[in-house]
Design a protein around this ligand. Structure first.
Ligand SMILES: NC(=O)C1=CN([C@@H]2O[C@H](COP(=O)(O)OP(=O)(O)OC[C@H]3O[C@@H](n4cnc5c(N)ncnc54)[C@H](OP(=O)(O)O)[C@@H]3O)[C@@H](O)[C@H]2O)C=CC1
Ligand SMILES: O=CC(=O)O
Length: 353
């Protein structure tokens, strides 16, 4: 018997994900609050239903990709919603990004009517959704996870099963918290970006002139040495702020009952994967901070960079907050350890030596 799959919510993500399912031969019935958004899917072979309840009635399992907790709840609990038709043998998979309480509320309602439930938020944006390259963070009913794996394999490049309901939602929020904090660290303000660009460009040009005219010693005095130093310090700002966000993420994962190593695996597959997380993450989890770049130097660079911001009237609240964490780490006696030891100051902000 051919599996019938339902899809609720055809926004940026839902449309791309359901297109992928159609492209790979899944039999799909779609619904969207603004029904006209179903038209394109219908052109590609989907059936359309008038309500979420009608989709659930028709399908073996139904996937939802909705904007936020209130939309996720409304589609399940409101009139003509999922609950009206969910029953024994039917599955409901919410792939929206919501909090674990919302997910648990939906799970309880679905399972109390005999249905099975899986939360499966995704990491990755429009392009990964179009390319079937999402990272799927599933939790809930294992049997439903296994039933839906062929669909997950089409929508994503990797699926994690994270245990009981709530773990997928929490993992997704930790990843996006890090992503959001890094986005601020990397893009504080267009004016700041411009200034950093100019400083870096001048620094680079200066280096070029320096190497071309090295023979002419007196030229050195024409180079604004200050700028060379500035460019180096400013370029270090971003990944120092990143380290603090990363550290907060590791701690949030741990305190939320998630495995920090799984967080590293998830991060490494997504849009914010980077060599620093990969290199420092495992040692941070092990509390091993053998110095490669001593924390005291890092804090010195933050201090100098903040002074540079001061001179140029550049507001850098993210860098200032990161500097406070590094100062705290120094006060805890961690200055000679690797700069990743800031993890301990983030973990125990009340401690000091
Ligand atoms: N865009 C991205 O890069 C990523 C997004 N996500 C998450 O995926 C989810 C969807 O995101 P995205 O596709 O970007 O969002 P969109 O805003 O493009 O789509 C939101 C969808 O939710 C529907 N919706 C909103 N409110 C209601 C409601 N009250 N009742 C019924 N349907 C409703 C919209 O219907 P209508 O068309 O009628 O407005 C639309 O189908 C979000 O939780 C987001 O955080 C996760 C990873 C990446
Ligand atoms: O939730 C957003 C993403 O890019 O992942």
């Amino acid at each position: 018997m051919e599996v019938e799959v339902g899809f609720l919510g055809l926004g940026i993500m839902g449309k791309a994900m359901s297109m992928n399912l159609l492209r790979h031969g899944f039999k799909l019935t779609v619904w969207n609050r603004t029904l006209s958004r179903c038209d394109e899917l219908v052109e590609h072979g989907a059936s359309v239903a008038e309500t979420p309840a009608a989709v659930v009635k028709k399908c073996n399992y139904t996937i939802a990709m909705l904007s936020d907790p209130s939309a996720a709840l409304s589609v399940v609990f409101d009139k003509d919603g999922v609950l009206e038709q969910i029953c024994n043998g039917k599955g409901y998979i919410d792939m929206s990004t919501v909090d674990s309480d919302t997910s648990s509320k939906i799970s309880e309602a679905i399972t109390s009517k005999g249905g099975s439930f899986l939360e499966a938020p995704v990491s990755g944006s429009k392009k990964p959704a179009e390319d079937g390259q999402l990272v799927i963070l599933a939790a809930g009913e294992k049997a439903l996870y296994e039933e839906a794996l062929p669909a997950f394999d089409v929508m994503g490049k990797k699926s994690f099963f994270l245990g009981h309901v709530g773990n997928g939602a929490k993992m997704k929020l930790v990843v996006n918290m890090i992503m959001g904090s890094i986005a601020i660290a990397e893009n504080p303000d267009p004016l700041v970006k411009l200034k950093i660009f100019i400083i870096t460009l001048v620094g680079r040009l200066q280096m070029r002139i320096h190497y071309s005219y090295l023979w002419c010693q007196q030229y050195q005095y024409l180079y604004p040495k200050q700028l060379e130093l500035s460019s180096d310090i400013v370029s270090k700002l971003d990944h120092r702020s990143m380290m603090n966000a990363f550290s907060e993420g590791l701690i949030l994962a741990d305190k939320s009952g998630l495995n920090p190593q799984t967080l590293l695996d998830v991060l490494d597959l997504g849009g914010i994967a980077n060599p620093m997380f990969k290199m420092k993450g495992p040692t941070m989890i092990q509390k091993s901070y053998s110095p490669a770049f001593p924390l005291k130097h890092q804090q010195k660079d933050m201090r100098l960079a903040l002074a540079l911001g001061d001179q140029n009237a550049v507001s850098m609240p993210v860098a200032a907050a990161a500097n406070e964490a590094f100062k705290k780490a120094r006060s805890m006696g961690l200055g000679d350890l690797d700069f990743s030891a800031v993890h301990e100051a983030v973990k125990f902000p009340e401690s000091s030596s």
